[in-house]
Design a protein around this ligand. Structure first.
Ligand code: NDP
Length: 276
């Protein structure tokens, strides 16, 4: 029987992860099955336990369970500890990791070709996605990293948890209306795009030729991307981050690092064909 993996969350039906992992498995000749597992909101631990008891090897975790997954782990990676959120579980050992942030960093540096070392970076949001991103963004050694969130206290708490990982990075928490200007990279990690809400920051945040990345993809990301492009920035959605975080989870489980470029290109083609 194939080794079993799944994405657990609520809801999960929309997920592209089974397709991404099937492509990774095919290309690297790994024998595995990756499915979807919808957990009741009050039954996450029991859902994980049942999957494990049935022989399941690993889980990806999505909304709203990343914090609960963190509390369930026996051991966690340093980046998951600082994020206090886990998106990848190794069930045999009870180890938890957070691959969202490294996925974001790889997408920015490798796929978009924008170096983070020495850059001025603005991270908008302080929820689970921003928490996962902050540690790996700091590890990429930007000159300046500002975390801006509607609820400033949440940005401050996140920044304080990462102080010890800041190294030489000038790290601060601000309100979105007062977060500075002229950034090289602006990452929207809020749920504002999902809600069709206003762009949470002023256009002064966009430096010349800035990269403006929304963690969402599909139609929901277009508001932020269009806003940035109309002001001379490069817009990018969260699809590359999605594929890269999946690749890091796959490597953790299987010991094989998949080639992400063909999978990302094929996924983009599938999504644009579906929207035509
Ligand atoms: P959370 O619910 O944990 O956090 C939501 C964040 O958005 C908070 O910072 C919140 O601010 C802010 N926010 C919500 N509404 C607004 C608004 N109208 N204006 C300004 N700020 C707002 O969500 P997550 O962090 O888990 O997810 C955020 C986004 O990232 C989602 O769209 C998700 O789909 C995406 N994502 C993409 C991934 C990928 O692989 N591409 C991976 C993970 C997430 P406050 O604290 O003030 O409430």
């Amino acid at each position: 029987m194939s080794d079993r993996y799944a994405l657990v969350g609520n809801p999960v039906a929309h997920s592209k992860s089974p397709w991404i992992h099937a492509e990774f498995a095919r290309a690297s000749s790994q024998d595995l099955d990756y499915g979807l597992l919808e957990s009741p909101l009050d039954g996450f631990a029991a859902t994980v336990q049942r999957f494990r008891a049935a022989g399941g090897k690993g889980l990806n975790v999505t909304l709203p369970f990343k914090q609960e997954a963190f509390r369930l782990c026996r051991t966690v990676s340093e980046r998951a500890r600082r994020a206090q959120a886990v998106n990848t579980l190794v069930l045999e050992t009870g180890f938890g990791d957070n691959t969202d942030g490294i996925g974001l960093v790889r997408d920015i540096e490798r796929n978009a070709g924008v170096p983070l070392a020495g850059a001025r970076v603005l991270l908008i949001g302080a929820g689970g996605a921003a928490a996962g991103a902050l540690g790996p963004l700091l590890a990429a050694a930007p000159a300046l990293l500002v975390v801006a969130n509607r609820t400033v206290a949440k940005a401050q708490a996140l920044v304080e948890r990462h102080r010890g990982a800041a190294g030489g990075v000038e790290l601060s928490a601000r309100a979105p209306g007062d977060c500075g200007s002229g950034f090289d990279v602006v990452v929207n990690a809020t749920a504002s795009s999902l809600q069709g809400a206003e762009i949470p920051v002023d256009s002064r945040v966009l430096g010349p030729g800035a990269l403006a990345l929304d963690m969402m993809y599909g139609p929901a990301a277009q508001g932020f991307i269009g806003w940035a492009q109309a002001r001379g920035a490069r817009g990018r959605d969260g699809l590359g981050m999605l594929v890269e975080q999946a690749a890091e989870a796959f490597a953790l489980w299987r010991g094989v690092t998949p080639d992400t470029a063909p999978v990302l290109a094929a996924l983009r083609e599938r999504l644009s064909a579906a929207s035509r």
